[in-house]
Design a protein around this ligand. Structure first.
Ligand code: PSU
Ligand code: MN
Length: 302
């Protein structure tokens, strides 16, 4: 059920560093054509740093690991692509539909392919108001059981950051920040929340990953990488946009898997594209860190 591209298979066979990339960010996180252009640039950044990119999605009844340029374009343009989390995978395969994989589904497929490092923009989490809606992203449980390190720009404030951190603590998922103890909040470098450990080098991340998995402790690791200062957004601007998007979500009664894509596109609209520029830059920044970690991980003695 899995189709691995030539480039990724060659990297697997020769023990080269590989970085997995998700596709919900392409289909449901950004408009066309910025989505495809960004995906291409991310792949190039990873290649320049000596690792092999593996964009993951579902197409024509297969789990795809590594896409050609044409496939990337096809996915980025396609209408009605199914946002695919853990529970959707068998159905999207059976229906031979296009599936854009979320963090949870991408982790599963990366692990099946033997890939240890995965770069994304932001992970899902515990939503604000979850005491009424019970809306908690499947990403969090996936992080507790699937052994892949996820590089992200922290947690977007459309979510309840405090509850998300508590949930990850309960589930035994390490949450680490790069070069700081503060948990970054996607568009901003600060959030007012701390993680337990600051990690200063890609090598240290790699050693932590290896320690965890060598001990047989299955599960992921959250690696939070703050957005570069010059691309971060003013706190008031982004908070206002998030509040407006959340109140519209409420008014329209949007629920379930539609919530996150609605909020992401609403925030882009409200900030007239300013947030999109930040979003793109933070992904590039994550790609750089992810590639360096993959390179360091591969260098560790087996
Ligand atoms: N958060 C972001 N950007 C994203 C997502 C989340 O800042 O693109 C996407 C990811 O694919 C993530 C998914 O896995 O949304 C979570 O969706 P949900 O909240 O429905 O679990
Ligand atoms: Mn949800």
């Amino acid at each position: 059920m899995i189709k691995i591209s030539k480039a990724v298979q060659e990297a697997l066979d020769n023990g080269k560093p590989i970085v997995a990339l998700e596709s919900t960010i392409i289909s449901h996180g950004m408009p066309y054509p910025e989505n495809v252009q960004t995906a291409r640039n991310v792949e190039n950044i990873i290649k320049e740093l000596g690792a092999v990119p593996a964009t993951i999605c579902i197409m024509d009844g297969f789990l795809k690991v590594g896409l050609t340029d044409d496939e990337l374009e096809l996915l980025g343009k396609a209408e009605g692509v199914i946002k695919t989390s853990r529970r959707d995978i068998p159905i999207v395969l059976a229906k031979k539909a296009y599936g854009a994989t979320t963090v949870s589904a991408t982790m599963i497929i990366a692990e099946l392919a033997g890939i240890k490092v995965f770069v994304t923009g932001g992970i899902g989490g515990v939503h604000r108001g979850s005491e009424d809606t019970m809306d908690i992203s499947a990403d969090l449980d996936e992080l507790s059981r699937t052994s892949v390190a996820v590089v992200c720009a922290g947690i977007k404030s459309i979510l309840d950051l405090g509850l998300t951190l508590e949930y990850l603590e309960t589930k035994g998922v390490p949450v680490l920040s790069y070069g700081t103890k503060e948990l970054p909040a996607f568009y901003t470098r600060t959030s007012g929340f701390e993680v337990d450990y600051k990690v200063d080098t890609p090598n240290e991340f790699a050693v932590i990953m290896k320690n965890k998995w060598d001990l047989g402790m299955n599960g992921g690791i959250v690696i939070a990488n703050p957005i570069p200062l010059k691309y971060s957004m003013p706190l008031e601007v982004i908070n206002e946009a998030i509040d407006e998007a959340l109140s519209e979500l409420d008014q329209k009664g949007i629920k379930g898997k539609e919530s996150t894509p609605f909020l992401l596109s609403k925030i882009t609209d409200i900030t007239k594209g300013n947030s999109l520029a930040s979003n793109i830059q933070l992904i590039y920044n994550n790609a750089r860190l992810g590639a360096k970690i993959a390179v360091e991980y591969q260098k560790l003695p087996k």
